[in-house]
Design a protein around this ligand. Structure first.
Ligand SMILES: [Zn+2]
Ligand SMILES: [Zn+2]
Length: 188
């Protein structure tokens, strides 16, 4: 969706879309599923600049970092940005394709090199930023047993029971070193 900012007058430009976007990838975190993204917003003129106010909502599915099961999360996000068009860009505008460069700083300021604004890269960028770094299927996911691979949310395994209580680990090690210990094993 390309918006001609220079054609926005007293009335803000508004949109309300539901977009199908292929699942994305960001720094090794992959989404296995991305619901249609409901995305609405407006851009209004503020003196010589433009103010973008948008809201997006969708559901994303990634892989739980503990149990490798699906981790579903809903995202509701409001976006506010001040858009500036750089002066030289306005003069160059008659050139056929003016490269649109998205440079967004932390203060929510977006500088454009053209009066034509494609909002989709901005949306994609937000979706990527919202991919969780360490997704969890639920906050208390118990994960997989590191020894036998059992999903500890579904079933218990025997591995944990044989684990030495950390408080006794030092004592067990000491016992193992004694020449007349019972066979060198800490338990049994
Ligand atoms: Zn999990
Ligand atoms: Zn186990």
């Amino acid at each position: 969706m390309r918006i001609r900012l220079d054609q926005i007058g007293d009335q803000p430009y508004t949109w309300n879309q539901t977009l199908e976007i292929p699942a994305l990838e960001q720094e090794g975190q992959v989404l296995s599923r991305l619901s249609p993204v409901v995305w609405r917003g407006e851009i209004r003129r503020v003196v010589s600049d433009f103010l973008l106010h948008a809201h997006l909502s969708y559901e994303q599915t990634s892989t739980c970092s503990r149990c490798l099961g699906p981790a579903v999360s809903s995202v509701e996000e409001t976006l506010e940005l001040l858009i500036k068009i750089e002066e030289e860009a306005v003069e160059k505008e008659d050139d056929e394709e003016v490269e649109i460069e998205l440079t967004q700083d932390d203060m929510g300021l977006l500088s454009l090199t053209s009066a034509e604004f494609d909002v989709e890269p901005l949306l994609i960028e937000q979706l990527q930023l919202n991919i969780p770094m360490r997704p969890l299927c639920r906050p208390d996911c118990r994960g997989l047993c590191p020894q036998c691979g059992t999903d500890l949310n579904q079933a218990a395994c025997e591995c944990g029971r044989r684990e030495v209580d950390p408080r006794w680990a030092g004592l067990a090690a000491l016992k193992n070193r004694l020449p007349d210990g019972p066979g060198g094993t800490a338990d049994d």
